[in-house]
Design a protein around this ligand. Structure first.
Ligand code: GDP
Ligand code: MG
Length: 597
């Protein structure tokens, strides 16, 4: 194969605009996958991906497409659409020369359409705009065409129409890839330079790294070096990516492939690193390499304190195949031994918790998440605070800084008012308002990250009945009046319920949290006082009155099986309870903060 017959491309779109489904059709049309192997969204191979209907990891697959008697190699890289995983998207884009930009014909351009388009433009990709789902009744083809022409300034003829459902337009898409996306450049004689854009964990083979070769050739048996980590390995196996692994003697310039080196730990393989040869290294890494930084921190504790060691082992295994998970041991007075974990975002946190439960059979309690703050002590020392308990005493604190983001919201003009209210309420500042078309407006805010990681997106969606899309990028850290708010149950501080919050919001927040806890804590034989405090000052209080009757008293004497069921149900419920002082606290209570109105 010649490099001129290779095309590397990705599919970018707002979430749910049909990337994975169109990918299915491309695979089918090129006979990469037989109809027997075919299942919907075939590239989403993780259980969780299939269930949630979202792409969590990048996937790469090679197709052969014969056109006009010539066989072309197409490397398709499917990317995750969720903001939590945007670093992976940007690395995947860096491995391509072109992108199919899908826009759902019934939805039009949305926030991630634009943010992904900008990423693609930053990477100098050739953009092929495709209006997808044209089979649907609500398809607004003319309107969406106008939006696209406005956005990327292309002529109307450049826009393709397709349906991942019916297969309409798939042949045109494949031909456009050949005609419009340039083949890779690169020097086969130069020292090896390959960009790692993803890695997966296989329990038998260890870590499998996916890369794009920019220069040189990678061969089986080569002694390779990872430029940024400085580690060296032997290439036990290299090859290209079909539905499974397709071992080869070598993978050449311009191509996309995998390498297996026997590495067992995902931490050693960093997305964005460059692979070169130990004997003949390249001069420098391919692209600016960034460590992926966790955005949200929370504690994970075993429900039963005895399970700590087991949990440690499971977290370690999970980290082997998810390098973006970070954790360190943490001790809580309330919950005992557990881990302080860093996540890319709330979706990532949810995924980790679910995987611990499903794949590792662990019963865990997750505590109040927070972002990472900088605390400057009066002696000039700068501390990174990922946990309310690490916040220095106010008497030693000079100032605190919190992370800010730039938020982009695209919506219909009629919702501008309510979105402004929501964002101002979340300490946002409107920076720009521009009409993309007469019926579509883009609002740009600067906001504290802490205000958007929790329930912001859900609120936005319900406020606008789904007619708003949202995306954000980190900006900087800014000084802010942050206080540590504690929760006391019958006078005992429950450290796992402490939260860091902007002082102007503390009182309101404290009240709501006490009310929510009142709802979530089961009544007991004695009264329970729930208090919120900043330092020694109580800012809110609720009481739960004592329970009078035994629940089982409701059952008529004779019905023993009903009584047993009730007791069993209670026991089931207890599994996720923690005894704190004399109060029983269920798991939901630790995440009550996320459910405040
Ligand atoms: P992704 O998030 O961009 O990967 O989107 P998916 O491929 O998972 O598709 C999201 C939803 O839209 C799924 O329910 C698909 O069945 C549906 N869908 C995707 N493409 C089409 C299409 O061309 N026509 C119709 N009617 N539905 C589609
Ligand atoms: Mg998908």
């Amino acid at each position: 194969f010649y490099m001129k017959h290779i095309r590397n491309f990705c599919i970018i779109a707002h979430i749910d605009h049909g990337k994975s489904t169109l990918a299915d059709r491309l695979l089918e049309h090129t006979h990469t996958i037989t109809s027997r192997e075919m299942q919907a969204q075939v590239l989403d191979d993780m259980d969780l991906e299939r269930e949630k209907g979202i792409t969590i990891k990048s996937h790469a697959i090679q197709m052969n497409y014969v056109y006009d008697g010539t066989t072309y190699i197409f490397n398709l890289i499917d990317t995750p659409g969720h903001v939590d995983f945007s670093y992976e998207v940007s690395r995947a884009l860096a491995a391509c020369e072109g992108a199919l930009l899908l826009v759902d014909a019934t939805q039009g351009i949305q926030a991630q359409t634009i943010s992904n388009l900008y990423l693609a433009i930053d990477n100098d990709l050739e953009i092929i705009p495709v209006i997808n789902k044209v089979d649907m009744d609500g398809a607004m083809i003319a309107e969406v065409k106008d939006q696209i022409m406005d956005l990327i300034g292309c002529p109307e003829e450049d826009i393709l129409l397709a349906s991942g459902k019916t297969g309409l337009g798939v042949e045109e898409v494949l031909q456009a890839i050949i005609r419009r996306i340039p083949p890779p450049k690169g020097d086969p004689e130069a020292p090896l330079q390959a960009l790692i854009f993803d890695s997966v964990f296989n329990s038998f083979r260890g870590i499998i790294a996916y890369y794009r070769v920019y220069n040189g050739v990678i061969r089986k048996g080569d002694q390779v070096k990872f430029v940024n980590t400085g580690m060296e390995y032997e290439a036990d196996e290299v090859g290209t990516l079909k539905l499974g692994l397709n071992p080869k003697e070598q993978v050449g310039t311009g191509n996309v492939g995998y390498i297996i080196t026997g590495i067992k730990n995902a931490k050693e393989v960093k997305v964005g690193d460059t692979i070169t040869l130990a004997k003949r290294p390249c001069e420098k890494a391919i692209k600016g390499f960034e460590e992926v930084k966790p955005m949200v921190f929370a504690g994970i504790f075993p429900v039963n304190t005895e399970d700590f060691e087991e949990l440690r082992e499971c977290m370690g295994k999970l980290q082997l195949n998810d390098a973006s998970l970070v954790f360190e041991p943490e001790t809580s007075q309330a919950l005992g031994f557990g881990f302080r974990c860093g996540f890319l975002g709330m979706l990532h946190m949810e995924i980790i918790q679910e995987r611990l439960e499903r794949e590792f059979n662990q019963s865990v309690i997750t505590t109040v998440p927070n972002v990472s703050y900088f605390a400057y002590a009066t002696n000039g020392q700068k501390l990174t605070v990922n946990n309310p308990s690490e916040m220095p005493d106010p008497s030693r604190l000079a100032r605190i800084e919190e992370p800010f983001i730039r938020a982009q919201i695209i919506t219909l003009p009629e919702y501008i008012g309510s979105i402004m209210t929501l964002c101002l309420n979340k300490r946002g500042m409107l920076k720009n308002q521009s009409y993309l078309t007469p019926t579509r407006v883009e609002l740009t805010f600067e906001m504290p990250l802490a205000e958007i990681v929790f329930d912001f997106y859900d609120r936005l969606k319900s406020l606008t009945r789904g007619y708003a899309s949202f995306d954000y990028t980190p900006l900087d850290y800014r000084e802010s009046d942050i206080a540590k708010m504690d929760i006391l149950l019958n006078g005992d501080t429950v450290d796992a319920l402490s939260a860091l919050i902007h002082r102007s919001r503390a009182q309101d927040f404290g009240r709501k949290l006490c009310l929510k806890l009142k709802e979530l804590l089961p009544r007991q034989q004695f009264q329970i006082a729930i208090q919120a405090a900043i330092g020694a000052k109580i800012i809110a209080r609720e009481n739960i009155s004592a329970m009078r009757k035994d629940v089982t008293a409701k059952c008529y004497g004779g019905d023993i099986s009903r009584k047993r069921k009730l007791l069993e149900k209670q026991k089931e419920g207890k599994k996720r309870m923690r005894q704190i002082g004399n109060v029983e606290v269920p798991q939901e209570a630790f995440l009550a903060v996320l459910k405040l109105e």
